[in-house]
Write a protein that binds this ligand. Sequence first.
Ligand code: SAM
Length: 287
Amino acid sequence: MPPESDNGPSAPALPPLREVIAAHGLTATKALGQNFLLDLNLTAKIARAAAPLTGFTVYEVGPGPGGLTRALLAQGADRVVAVERDRRFIAALDHLQAAYPDRLTLVEADALQADEEALLAGAPAKLVANLPYNIATPLLLRWFAKCELFDSLTVMVQREVADRMTAAPGTRAFGRLGVATQWRMQARRLFDLPASAFVPPPKVTSTVVQLIPRPAPLAPARPDLLERVTQAAFGQRRKMLRSALRSLGTDPVPLLAAAGIAPECRAEELSIEAFCALAEALRRQGA
Ligand code: SAM
């Protein structure tokens, strides 16, 4: 059986990923979070986790040598828009571009500054990516703010980031990222991958998380104020909120009273709705 058989029966013949890497002399750059998945069974598993892909444009950040990209195409994505910052990989993906001339759009850009709206051009879209771990959190926060663009987001992140995204109130991992994630998204852990699945192996275990945008946020709040209150509250998470919230520059006691929260509570005890109530109380104070 040829090594690329995971691409599916109708997929075009493609060179093995290790050949692509060797032919282009692609060494991994740590500063760009380059840890590649070369096992096509695993890239196919991630693509399947985001299924169905037919009828969708898939937005991928960091195609690298293209293992996940080819899986997304083989799984039937109408089109893949892949944004890669490292131009060496844009050149190395010419074989994939040639195999899928109408379905693959390679964009050389920094995903933190990409214009997703323009790139997706109103098409129904899913985001699927093995994220560069050094910028995973800013990328996710950026996409939460424009989550209406995506039907779902299926992302590989460090397990510790997955823990924080999916943490429930009252647990140690619950914090700013958990509030920011779950306020707008339903988050579900799908599976872990050991460091040994990547080339080169990262220092940590990885987890695939699936995020489905909620039809509306869990409770009303202005995003900037929700971020301000969670930053203040979790900045001093061991303290009671009547102390921790002093950094907001307003008296925390009436603010907490207006939000219906006991001043002795600590940040990790609050529900996401309670943080929204705090943000709303701050807004009513004219913040
Ligand atoms: N998708 C490939 C795979 O699974 O083997 C590579 C994943 S690797 C973890 C992360 C990829 O993101 C690398 O190809 C890296 O060059 C790219 N990358 C890093 N920073 C980026 C940025 N700011 N914008 C776009 N791509 C970036």
